[in-house]
Ligand binder design. Structure first.
Ligand code: 4AD
Ligand code: MG
Length: 480
């Protein structure tokens, strides 16, 4: 007999069906001659209630069954008396697939802190919270591919090992097979990378954009969805050393088309979650409500998780330039009262997340897209505006998160691109292949990068990015 998933049983089963289930015990309770077990198999948030009439031999077996144990149960569905569920399972045959010693099993049927659960990330999938998060993460992955596929975009797999630094920030993890204890040297005493595996210096990619651009200049509309690595030493609740990024790249798009696509995509994904992850979102909504109650009044967010998702869906994003943003920030109360850690005192300063969150949460009270940043604080590939000072960048800022998307129209002019590369010190000879696309059939094009875990933070209402990726990689942390 084939196993039926609990989600299917709870949705479709009628009484009097013979069914085989397998899953993990959440709770066990004995009342007189009956044992009640709640079983979860990850297919949905809800547990299936198992009812077992206790006989002497079953009693022996049940003495080995505790929270966390794995069971295989054959039984018949009966009408459920409690809990608002249609059916429960009257057990006829029980097999103990795997024991979980209660003296050692760290998950108990009570609330554990997220910090503690991070230390047992191998088991945290078995909690309601992380079950919900990772089911949603899957659904969002699917929705992203569906969004682009329905629009005729092609998914491009860009390399994970590269020799270029797309963002130019130098925050890269080196990839090498050289013997670190015995490095080959050149005559002038430097490391001889010609002897390395690829015959040159290589690193893990910080972005698939440059390669996606090459593909877009032939296939018109493409996107990448892959792992991305940044060796920045930021121990914040919004940074990972290994994260997943979605990078669409479109030929014939200017920055306005780019912003329209970003806004459409974010709204599509929010709606997809609301339509397809209701049970899990409702659980996380309640969870966040409880969490907010523990905070002092002035630190609580005014909106609950589901209203916030709906709010983003039904409101247009505010679009302003960097210059306007700086004016608002310079004249803002927290700036005048010296409440920002980084005061805003002149045009040209980079925006910190405290500034981004002020604009979104306090000033506009909705998502904001900032465009036309000073060229000095943005990457070399962004299209220079006619003022010669700003570039056609666009950052999408979200409540609670700050920057969720970074993108731009790209510099398609060969000479201007070379000019920017010289200014920031990128060698032309290393980027010959990128430059050639500006020599042969160059066209206006644009793209952006959505941080998948930042999206997940927003959708789930979790506050730490370490809790929306199964096994977070952060400074000094690569366990599991
Ligand atoms: O703004 P970023 O650095 O832009 C790029 O990498 C461009 N090449 C994208 C493009 O135009 N194709 O990164 C894009 C997004 C950010 O807005 C943020 O959401 C996320 O990636 N991100 C991170 N997420 C988690 N941890 C980190 N360390 C992140 N760094 C960036
Ligand atoms: Mg950025």
């Amino acid at each position: 007999m084939k196993r039926t998933k609990i989600a299917d049983i709870l949705q479709h089963s009628k009484v009097n069906e013979n069914i085989l289930v397998m899953g993990w015990v959440r709770t066990k309770r004995i009342s007189k001659n009956v044992c009640f077990i709640t079983l979860n198999d990850g297919s949905c948030m809800a547990n299936l209630q198992i009812v077992i009439d206790i006989t002497p031999e079953i009693d022996e077996l049940l003495s080995h069954v505790h929270s966390g144990a794995a069971l295989k149960i054959f039984g018949v569905t009966v009408e459920s008396l409690g809990q608002g569920q249609a059916v429960e399972l009257q057990a006829k045959e029980i097999t103990l697939l795997g024991e979980a010693n209660p003296e050692e099993y760290p998950l108990q049927p009570k609330k554990h802190s997220l910090e503690f659960l991070r230390e047992i990330a191998h088991l945290r999938f078995r909690t309601n919270t992380f079950g919900a998060i990772f089911r949603i993460r899957h659904t969002m992955t699917y929705a992203i591919h569906k969004f682009f596929n329905d629009k005729g975009f092609y998914n491009i797999h860009t390399p994970i090992i590269t020799a270029s630094d797309c963002e130019g920030a130098g925050e890269m993890f080196r990839v090498t097979t050289l013997d670190l204890y015995n490095l080959p040297k050149t005559e002038d005493g430097k490391i001889d990378f010609t002897q390395d595996f690829f015959g040159r210096e290589t690193n893990l990619t910080v972005s698939g954009q440059l390669e996606a651009e090459l593909a877009a200049l032939a296939l018109s509309q493409v996107y990448t969805f892959g792992p991305t690595f940044r060796a920045e030493n930021s121990n914040t609740a919004r940074h990972l050393a290994e994260f997943w990024m979605i990078e669409p790249e479109m030929a014939f798009y200017d920055i306005n088309d780019d912003m329209d696509l970003a806004e459409e995509m974010l709204k599509y994904l929010v709606k997809y979650a609301l339509d397809n992850c209701r049970e899990d979102l409702e659980f996380l909504h309640k969870r966040r409500e409880e969490e907010q109650k523990q905070k002092p009044q002035n630190e609580r967010d005014e909106m609950g998780l589901i209203p916030r998702l709906e709010f983003v869906l039904y409101n247009n994003f505010e679009r302003i330039t960097y210059t306007q943003a700086i004016e608002i920030l310079m004249n803002s109360k927290p700036n005048k009262n010296k409440q920002f850690v980084y005061p805003v005192d002149k045009w040209g300063t980079d925006l910190q997340s405290e500034h981004e969150r002020y604009l979104v949460e306090k000033h506009f009270k909705k998502p904001v897209i900032i465009t036309d940043y000073p060229k000095e604080i943005k990457a070399f590939y962004m299209k220079l505006n006619d003022d010669g000072k700003t570039v056609r960048a666009m950052d999408v800022l979200f409540p609670q998160i700050g920057e969720i998307i970074g993108g731009s129209q790209r510099e398609e002019n060969y000479d201007k691109l070379i000019g920017r590369m010289k200014e920031v010190g990128i060698h032309q000879k290393d980027m010959w292949w990128y430059l050639e696309t500006r020599k042969f059939g160059s066209v206006p094009h644009s793209g952006f990068g959505l941080g998948f875990e930042r999206l997940m933070l927003f959708i789930t209402g979790m506050s730490n990015i370490r809790d929306v990726i199964p096994f977070p990689r952060t400074p000094k942390n690569a366990e599991f």
